[in-house]
Structures are given as structure tokens and as C-alpha cells.
Design a protein. Structure first.
Length: 266
């Protein structure tokens, strides 16, 4: 007899702590995987709080998810599936699936436990985390285009804005490389071939690696763009300082001529 389980990963506008989860689910058994919290509510119901602001609900109904988000005072709780970035993936547990099998619609396997729930939740969290970064980078690409459009009009006073933009890009890169761990397999996979196969198939279906490479390319492009614009402004600043020096020299020469040539003959 088969059993259906739904995984739903949702971005969190607020930080969810260990204390929040323990207060919400009395008796919750919490463990850690890849710096993320895994909560076992029952033997087939789990909650996965990633270290980068995503919560994955395993075997929760949509109404239960809405209720949980509402109790956290998240204003988008009742429309989380449209207001917040999220992704779901159904799983079928059936004895006929001896090895994990995943297509673009369903995960199929004959086993289900805490480790399996954690691996699926981690991959979905990474996917949602990537989507958040993709949307953020789309906005920065638009901003970068506006900088290019007015490149010739950039002035020294624009340098502060360019530095702020560069800082936001650096922070984005740090968040992705140091929090999402998209190119590193979870440690619990090293001694479990089937779990590794499950993660690899899911990562392939979610296109984690290729999407991460696109994000990296965009970040590199943005960095080059802002560096070029900053160099342009710095060049104008240097030219401005050179002209100031030239005019100071001219003024000094003028006063010297007046003091030593013109004044004595008056």
C-alpha cells in the first residue's frame, strides 16, 4: 500500500530560532544537519529550519502551514503560496520502488525516515534559497543597466552610491557561498549510497548546480560592471584633482610674477 507525503519549502521573512520551534511543538526532538535544525514531530512528520532562512514542512497540510506562519505573526501567512517564495515536492512511498526515483513531479522510494526527510528538505531549501538570490540579482541587473545607461554622466558625487551597490553584491555573494553550500554534499551522504543517489537525483531535477553557476556568472558580471563604473568615476576624480593642481600652480605663478616683477615697478 502506497503512502503520499508532501514537502513544502517556504522562505521566512523573520528569523526562526530553536526556541520558537520548541515552544510551537512541545516535546519536539531537534537535531542538526548542515547547520540547520531538523525537528521530528512524529515518525512521519518533520520540520526543517535551514541556516539561511527557509523552513521546509514535511507532511503538513496547507492549512497547518498557514496556521504555523500566522502564529509567528507573518503577515503573508494566509497567502504564503503566492506572497512568499516557496516550492513543493510530493513523495510516494511504495515497496515497488527499491531505489530512489525522482522525476520533475514526484519522489518515489520504498523507505521514509528522518535522514531521507532531511536530505529532501535540504535540497528543497537550497532551491528556494537560490530562487531568492535569483530574484534579488534580477533587480541588481536592472540597477546595473541603469548605471551603464548613464555611465558618461557619472560624477564624483555618485561614488558613494556605487560603493553601496558594490557592497550589496559582495554581501549577496557571501550569503550564497557561505550559507547555501550548493556545491557541497551533506556529510551524512558519504556512507550511504542510496541517500547520495536520492540527493543527486533531486539536485539534478531542481537544477541546483546549473542555477548556481548562472548566479555566479551574474554576480561576476555585476562585480565587473560596478568596478568599471567605479574606475570611471575615479578617473574623473583624478582628472579633477589634476586640474585643481594645474590651476593652483597657475595662481602661484601669477602671484610670483606680481610679487617679484610687477609690484617692484609700481
Amino acid at each position: 500500500m502506497s503512502k503520499n507525503i508532501l514537502f513544502v519549502a517556504v522562505e521566512m521573512p523573520v528569523l526562526i530560532t530553536k526556541k520558537d520551534l520548541e515552544e510551537e511543538f512541545p516535546g519536539l526532538i531537534l537535531t542538526t544537519i548542515e547547520k540547520s535544525l531538523v525537528g521530528e514531530i512524529t515518525n512521519d512528520k518533520y520540520i526543517f529550519a535551514s541556516s539561511f532562512g527557509i523552513i521546509t514542512f514535511c507532511n503538513f497540510s496547507h492549512e497547518e502551514i498557514k496556521s504555523f506562519l500566522a502564529r509567528l505573526d507573518i503577515k503573508e501567512s494566509h497567502s504564503y503560496n503566492t506572497a512568499l517564495i516557496n516550492q513543493d515536492y510530493p513523495m510516494i512511498i511504495d515497496e515497488e520502488y527499491i531505489k530512489p526515483s525522482i522525476d520533475e513531479h514526484t519522489i518515489k522510494y520504498n523507505k521514509f525516515n528522518k535522514s531521507i526527510a532531511s536530505i529532501i528538505s535540504l535540497a528543497l531549501s537550497q532551491s528556494v534559497g537560490l530562487e531568492i538570490s535569483e530574484k534579488s540579482l534580477e533587480k541588481k541587473m536592472v540597477e546595473s543597466k541603469s548605471i551603464y545607461d548613464k555611465l558618461e554622466k557619472l560624477r564624483i558625487k555618485d561614488r558613494a552610491g556605487l560603493m553601496s551597490f558594490a557592497s550589496s553584491i559582495a554581501k549577496e555573494r557571501f550569503d550564497i557561498l557561505n550559507k547555501l553550500y550548493l556545491l557541497d554534499k551533506p556529510d551524512i551522504l558519504w556512507d550511504d549510497i542510496e541517500l547520495e543517489s536520492l540527493y543527486n537525483q533531486l539536485a539534478l531535477q531542481l537544477e541546483l548546480k546549473s542555477r548556481f553557476e548562472v548566479v555566479e556568472y551574474k554576480m561576476s558580471y555585476l562585480k565587473e560592471s560596478v568596478d568599471f563604473a567605479t574606475d570611471r568615476v575615479n578617473q574623473k576624480s583624478s582628472e579633477f584633482l589634476e586640474w585643481i593642481i594645474i590651476w593652483l600652480i597657475v595662481i602661484e605663478v601669477f602671484f610670483s610674477i606680481y610679487e617679484y616683477i610687477v609690484k617692484p615697478n609700481l
